[in-house]
Write a protein that binds this ligand. Structure first.
Ligand code: PBG
Length: 328
């Protein structure tokens, strides 16, 4: 038998497979989300995210030093706001002495080179658990009032020293407004990583446990995208690029690999993907039951996200991935 093409030749050995591998994960690819809570000396495991923790700021700083030493160069901060500080305006979110602002400041002081990104959305600060301000008569989310509030929040993060703000709210027109506000307030170096194509997804469930931020009424379908839609993701993303987004994002990741690829083909800015809390929880749960090999599931999942077109991956598995990649 004579075959012109023997495809198995490039799969013969680990060395040959490595030689021709198209997508290779690196520590530089990862953004690690961190959950910060009030207090001192607090390290709490999140029930629906086994092996993942909420930490007070002192403990977070230790963690960030650790991350830097292992080669992780970017963190994305989320804070758990005290119930007493929540309202419908989200005003605690732009308190210059708020937990987020203090955290940015303290982390940048401790590890100046660490890239610090901050979540911009009202949900952790909202009595309703919504990303925006609620019209209390109609039960709807007010777009423009929310953008105004989030502008103050963004500027306070910039003032605290954030490298990138990361708006996850999905309000219309916000990227352009934030960019202009950053320019006008003398923060020309602060970037925007926009959650451009963020879908209304059940896979955010564990995250909402972590921050106690589940919506008190209704759902987020009037601002986050319908998962039935693909072309709309391109529309959202191109608008964000036009308005000044430095990095765009698709979220979640694994059920949205097609969207990551389409977005990657449509834009010339870096594309990130958020491997979200529910995607973390699924792998953890199956591994706990002995139904999946956890390490293999992590690396295969993250590699597939990179192959789909993600230049950056926000993932709760960043530390595990770096450790596994280093053969430890
Ligand atoms: C808040 C926000 C959410 C996530 C990131 N920012 C939750 C939501 O939109 O309800 C989800 C992250 C995850 O599930 O890992 N705007």
């Amino acid at each position: 038998m004579y075959l012109q093409r023997r495809n198995r030749i490039t799969r013969r050995s680990p060395a040959i497979r490595a030689l021709v591998a198209e997508s290779i994960l690196m520590p530089n690819d990862f953004i690690l989300p961190l959950f910060i809570t009030e207090g001192k000396d607090v390290v709490e495991e999140i029930t629906s995210m086994p092996g993942y923790f909420r930490r007070s700021l002192d403990k977070t700083v230790d963690e960030v030093k650790d991350l830097w030493s292992m080669g992780i160069k970017c963190v994305l901060l989320f804070v758990k706001c005290d119930d007493a500080l929540k309202d419908n305006t989200g005003r605690e979110s732009w308190n210059p002495q708020g937990l987020m602002q203090q955290s940015v400041h303290t982390i940048k002081d401790a590890v100046p080179e660490m890239i610090v990104m901050t979540d911009v959305a009202l949900d952790p600060y909202s009595i309703y658990g919504h990303d925006g301000i609620v019209d209390e008569k109609k039960g709807t989310i007010l777009n423009d009032a929310t953008v105004e509030a989030l502008t103050k929040m963004s500027l306070s993060h910039a003032a605290a020293g954030a490298d990138f703000i990361a708006p996850s709210d999905m309000m219309d027109g916000r990227i352009g407004v934030f960019r202009q506000a950053l320019e006008e307030n003398n923060f020309p170096d602060v970037g925007i990583m926009s959650y451009s194509a963020k879908y209304a997804s059940c896979f955010y469930g564990p995250f909402r446990d972590a921050l106690d931020s589940a919506p008190g009424f209704g759902d987020k379908k009037t601002y986050q995208m319908n998962y039935a839609n693909r072309i709309e993701a391109i529309n959202e993303t191109l608008q964000d690029v036009e308005q000044g987004a430095d990095i765009v994002m698709v979220k979640p990741a694994m059920a949205y690999l097609d969207i990551i690829r389409e977005v990657k083909n449509a834009v010339t800015v870096p594309v990130s993907a958020y491997h979200v809390s529910g995607e973390y929880a699924m792998i953890k749960a199956a591994a706990e039951k002995g139904w999946l090999d956890e390490e293999k599931a992590i690396i295969e999942s993250l590699t597939s996200i990179k192959r789909a077109g993600a230049d950056l991956i926000a993932t709760y598995f960043a530390k595990d991935a770096v450790r596994i990649l280093n053969g430890k």
